[in-house]
Design a protein around this ligand. Structure first.
Ligand code: ZN
Ligand code: ZN
Length: 408
């Protein structure tokens, strides 16, 4: 066995999800990643985990269901299915997702069925989602290659070669080598992110102004009392964890009605099983009023209308153009990697990154300008010539990004 594989499992369990003695761990994973999931479960029990509950999925079967199941299946979630996730979150379980998604797996599937099911599921597990998004529970998302995904990323290579290349790429993004101690690497990595996010929080910008040669010309207002997040998080029980692995981003929430202008995407986005490229959004008072794309603009637009909040932004994230993942020059067709290689925004729900907001109701958060939606879709806007200027409450303009990278 590749020595990096065991290190990866240990890293996810000990640092990423940081499962505690006596705690329940839920792992969502594809059957393609079963050997890796077994390593993760074994490591968790070694740490005194109470129980590891696995929720398997299989893209072949998911696709078959979307193609052939009765139509009404996609409008409702069985109460016990939703109750399982909501109850486990209430009980303080930790949630690890291991993603192996093939970007083309749902090609040709009825996008309306997917959207309807996502809406029904999102509404049914709203309690779980709320606990996860406000970091009340530990959660972590990481990836393991499937052959189909690897062959999409490395189209010229055979199945084994492609999978090997994708594994190498993932180990590199995870700072894992055959020789090093990745736990120590991650401590250093998170410290650097935390130092920068504290700097940004201290500036207390009122606006961020984005510009590049693609035509992006966007002003984002930030809510009063906002802070920047990134690196590691802390759960309600005081346990540190890392929600996304890898992670390079520093993020906060935009003010719901304070976004104006145009932004152009710089990487493809997978929506309802379709890849959408070269799209742009136009905003007026926070709302997306125009969606443009050479192809599939209608699918993207429908996604921004899944509910009221989906047509407003919920996240603004900064990632340098020369971040290690970006420098690899690989298009992963997977948000977890692509978002950590590029400045991005998300339409849909906000994380409660305003002081005190984590303990507020949704209505109170809305008043602060924090968005609520069952959607949260990241899209990439970073480019080599992106400039971002921060404007303070006193009107002072401070460069945040120059030519795609941090100015400080
Ligand atoms: Zn993000
Ligand atoms: Zn996001």
């Amino acid at each position: 066995m590749d020595p990096r594989l065991e290190k990866y499992a240990k890293l996810l369990i000990n640092v990423g999800i940081h499962v505690q003695k006596g705690q329940t761990l839920v792992i969502n994973a594809s059957v393609d990643s079963a050997p890796f999931v077994r390593l993760c479960a074994a490591e968790s029990y070694k740490l005194g985990c109470r129980e590891v509950i696995i929720r398997w999925n299989d893209e072949f079967l998911t696709r078959e269901k979307y193609l052939h199941a009765a139509d009404e299946v996609f409008d409702a979630v069985r109460p016990w299915d939703a109750d399982m996730m909501n109850t486990l979150a209430r009980e303080g379980a930790a949630f690890l997702s291991i993603v192996s998604r093939n970007p083309d797996a749902m090609k040709g599937v009825d996008t309306d069925r997917m959207r309807r099911y996502n809406r029904a599921y999102g509404e049914a597990v709203a309690e779980f989602e709320e606990r996860q998004m406000s970091d009340k529970v530990q959660w972590c998302i990481a990836c393991v290659p499937s052959t189909a995904w690897a062959m999409k990323v490395f189209p010229g290579a055979g199945p084994e070669e492609a999978a090997g290349k994708l594994w190498d790429a993932i180990y590199a993004t995870m700072h894992i080598t055959a020789e090093n101690d990745p736990v120590e690497e991650w401590r250093r990595h998170c410290e650097a992110i935390i130092e920068r996010k504290n700097k940004l929080t201290a500036y207390n910008f009122k606006y961020l102004k984005y510009k590049n040669s693609l035509g992006t010309d966007l002003t984002i207002e930030l809510p009063e009392g906002h802070y920047w997040e990134g690196g590691s998080s802390t759960s309600a029980d005081g346990v540190s964890f890392i929600a996304n692995m890898p992670t390079e981003e520093i993020f906060t929430a935009p003010k719901l009605d304070g976004v104006n202008g145009v932004v152009h995407a710089t990487k493809p986005l997978l929506v309802s099983g379709q890849i959408i490229e070269n799209f742009s959004f136009t905003f007026e008072k926070g709302k997306i009023v125009k969606v443009e794309a050479p192809e599939n603009a209608d699918i993207l637009e429908a996604e921004t209308k899944i509910d009221e909040g989906a047509s407003y932004l919920g996240e603004v994230a900064l990632v340098p153009y020369d971040s290690p993942i970006s420098k690899m020059g690989i298009l992963f067709f997977n948000t977890l990697f692509d978002e950590n290689a590029s400045c991005h925004l998300a339409f849909g729900a906000s994380y409660p990154t305003v002081r005190g907001a984590a303990d507020m109701t949704k209505e109170e958060r809305l008043k602060l300008g924090l968005n609520d939606s069952i959607a949260h879709e990241d899209f990439m806007v970073g480019s080599a010539d992106l400039s971002i200027v921060g404007v303070t409450h006193e009107g002072e303009e401070i460069p945040v990004f120059i030519d795609g990278n941090f100015a400080f």
